[in-house]
Design a protein around this ligand. Structure first.
Ligand SMILES: [Zn+2]
Length: 473
């Protein structure tokens, strides 16, 4: 089976150039001009851009959290991803207390393998670092899980202490694995939450007020310094504010192998969103910050202080008492209403896997904040390089998987829950106009998304074994 994408403008992290692209079976086999292969299905991409499929390295499908589950499972979340131009994601396996890492992995495979519609990998989030688990860490690298994550926040639930974090950093580095960190000071946050509750504060804005930027900056500096002392590479997830960026920059300037990402939503929203009557929609950790931080984050992704943009996709229904319709069936799951009486009970997380690339296209590239090549680098190429998927994923090159997006720069759309494929009842960008959308999305040469038509299916996606010793960028 051959597909020829003709007359498009190809975009990689380095270049923008007119060319034809030939797909044979699952791979890109030729880039060139005036290609005329026999028997190929021809797709005319005149006036359109051709991008590599997006890679979102930070997602939580069906995560058990705050007494409920994230409302997207591996099928619905991956379908939404594809409609947004993302063809690969990496989800966090969370080790339960007392569990081996392999048991935790098995639990995630059970949730994902039969449902997957796009390609995906796993990071392993360690919450209980026993001696047996220490021995297990290096075995993961050979099995294709080449990144760990530890939480310095969520005291009593996911948080680890500095000894645990430091030991994991050293062990991971020995095995050529990357350590990721949720950098917020969980002890401070726990104390602030209790103090706020004692004073009777219950409103959603208190989620942000009890998770101050300094708690993130302090934990980021601590993580950077610990990684430096361990001689380990570090990737700081969901960086939200200028002070936290500064800590990463400080470490990088001193030669440390530290990197970081931000997430789409942190460019756009502030604590004021949490003050709205529907403020719980914007509750996630770390919280939304300030307009000054938005500017700092744009500068950070331009200057390579941060290397990737992901989503932390972890949706909940706003009103989980009312079923929504999903693929013709009713769907209901407790959601943000669990915290209607108290901010500390609001499930932490927001939808975004489908929104990332169209929003960054319109409000990043379209408004002159980043170049089109940098968009591809932040959303496709760097994630592939850092997480051991390059050059199979993340670029348009001969021999790469044919994960290809045909992007129509002139199509306009209004964002919103009604047109979104994320399985929830709200969208952070409700009513925002975008110009430029993915029109066709191919996964390994298969046309998954064709305009509004979905051709994907559960089981069509593959679990990816990732390489160790990923790039430090
Ligand atoms: Zn997360």
């Amino acid at each position: 089976m051959k597909t020829l994408i003709k007359n498009g403008t190809l975009v990689t992290a380095a270049e923008t150039f007119p060319a034809d692209l030939l797909i044979e079976d699952n791979k890109i086999v030729l880039l060139g001009h005036e290609l005329r292969p026999e028997g190929a299905r021809v797709v005319d991409a005149s006036g359109k851009y051709v991008l590599p499929g997006g890679i979102d390295v930070h997602t939580h499908m069906e995560l058990p959290f705050f007494g409920t589950f994230a409302s997207d499972d591996f099928y619905s979340g991956q379908k939404a991803a594809a409609f947004g131009g993302t063809t690969t994601h990496i989800d966090f396996v969370i080790q339960g207390k007392g569990e081996s890492l392999h048991q935790a992995m098995e639990n995630w495979h059970k949730k994902s393998d039969a449902r997957a519609a796009i390609d995906y990998g796993f990071h392993l989030a360690i919450t209980d670092l026993t001696p047996a688990v220490m021995d297990e860490i290096p075995t993961l690298a050979g099995e294709g899980i080449t990144s760990l994550k530890l939480f310095l926040a969520y005291k009593g639930v996911l948080q680890v202490d500095d000894t645990t974090f430091f030991k994991a950093l050293m062990k991971a580095a020995e095995a050529g694995m990357l350590t990721m960190v949720h950098a917020e000071n969980g002890d401070v946050i726990d104390t602030l939450i209790k103090a706020a509750l004692a004073k009777g504060h219950r409103a959603a804005e208190w989620h942000a007020l009890t998770h101050p930027a300094w708690a993130e900056a302090e934990a980021t500096m601590r993580a950077v310094a610990l990684a430096g002392m361990a001689g380990a590479p570090l990737y700081v997830v969901h960086v939200t504010n200028a002070m936290a960026v500064d800590q990463i920059t400080y470490g990088r300037a001193r030669g440390l192998s530290v990197m970081g990402e931000t997430c789409t939503q942190y460019f756009f929203f502030t604590v004021d969103n949490l003050r709205q009557p529907d403020g719980s929609k914007w509750v996630c950790s770390p919280p939304m910050r300030t307009a000054a931080d938005h500017a700092a984050l744009w500068e950070a992704v331009r200057s390579n202080a941060l290397q990737a943009v992901s989503t932390d996709h972890c949706p909940f229904l706003f009103d989980g008492t009312k079923p929504i319709e999903y693929e013709g069936q009713p769907f209901v799951m407790p959601g943000k209403e669990l915290g209607s009486d108290s901010f500390d009970k609001i499930p932490n997380g927001v939808p975004g896997i489908e929104d990332r690339m169209p929003i960054l296209w319109t409000y990043g590239v379209g408004q002159g904040r980043i170049s089109l090549n940098r968009l591809v680098e932040l959303c496709c190429t760097n994630p592939a390089k850092i997480f051991g998927l390059y050059p199979r994923k993340g670029t348009l090159a001969v021999g790469a998987d044919a994960d290809v997006v045909i992007w129509n720069p002139n199509t306009t759309r209004v964002m919103g829950a009604r047109t979104s494929h994320q399985r929830t009842d709200y969208n952070l960008y409700e009513g925002w106009e975008i110009r430029g959308v993915p029109e066709q999305v191919y996964l390994r040469g298969n046309l998954l998304v064709d305009g509004d038509t979905w051709n994907g299916e559960p089981g069509g996606g593959s679990w990816l074994k990732r390489a160790a010793h990923g790039a430090v960028l």
